[in-house]
Design a protein around this ligand. Structure first.
Ligand SMILES: C[S@@+](CC[C@H](N)C(=O)[O-])C[C@H]1O[C@@H](n2cnc3c(N)ncnc32)[C@H](O)[C@@H]1O
Length: 229
């Protein structure tokens, strides 16, 4: 029988870290040789989880600390408002991970292209010797700062699942570290965002969750996707 517990900070700290430690070990065993793991955490636990990840995956396999910067109407007045979460990316092996660079490039800003000229090949600037330097046609190199808004009240994708992540956030991660023949696993799938995005991107996927409501929401989203595709 599935448990009904909704996810909150239901563990005392040590138990929580033990719980995560055991699951991270299992996740490492399940990863392919080219596989990557992304762990999303907020500011309460990120420092401790980074230690755990170092221990399980090895410091040499740490790839990026991604800052997910979002906007929400904060009511915090006695300190700086928290407007970002952290996502740690570790690989199973150093330098053997998938990274689909061209799918992740970001548009240049107007400020970056200020002073650039344009010809048939694209935007360029001239150096002192008159040589043309072109901006990459697909955009600039992607950074570890993801600026992606949280799901608004009126968003179509909203499921009213308390910890639901935006599809755009998961899409960036799946595109970065998997190919069409890859299998994407999310063992804390919540409202089903990973399953939905993996399906849309043509990946195979496996998801799980201890909460019955999460399974129900995920199944409904996947069914709906099937009807609209
Ligand atoms: C932060 S939420 C995931 C949100 C998800 N990324 C989304 O977009 O909706 C974490 C999920 O982990 C699940 N969870 C907590 N403990 C679990 C366990 N022991 N095994 C499996 N799932 C668990 C919770 O039910 C919750 O849905």
């Amino acid at each position: 029988m599935l448990e009904q517990t909704q996810y909150t900070d239901i563990w005392a700290n040590d138990n929580y870290l033990q719980f995560m430690y055991e699951r991270l070990i299992l996740m490492r065993e399940l990863l392919s040789e080219q596989g990557s793991i992304y762990l999303h955490c907020d500011w309460h636990k990120s420092h401790q989880l980074r230690f755990l990840l170092d221990e399980v995956f090895g410091e040499a396999n740490f790839v990026n600390e991604i800052v997910w910067k979002y906007n929400w109407a904060s009511t915090v007045k006695k300190k700086f408002s928290q407007k970002h979460d952290t996502i740690f990316w570790y690989a199973k092996h150093p330098d053997n991970w998938i990274f689909n660079l061209d799918e992740l490039r970001e548009p240049y800003t107007e400020a970056q292209l200020k002073g650039y000229k344009r010809d048939a090949r694209g935007y360029y600037t001239l150096d002192a010797s008159g040589k043309k330097w072109y901006a990459h046609p697909k955009g600039q190199l992607p950074s570890d700062l993801f600026e992606i808004g949280i799901i608004s009240r009126s968003a179509k994708e909203r499921q009213n699942y308390p910890t639901q992540k935006p599809e755009a956030l998961i899409e960036r991660i799946i595109k970065a570290s998997s190919n069409e023949d890859s299998i994407v696993l999310d063992c804390f799938v919540g409202s089903g965002t990973t399953a939905v995005v993996a399906e849309k991107l043509g990946r195979r996927w496996i998801v799980s969750d201890i909460n019955k409501g999460a399974i129900h929401t995920t199944m409904k989203r996947i069914q709906k996707l099937g009807e609209t595709q």
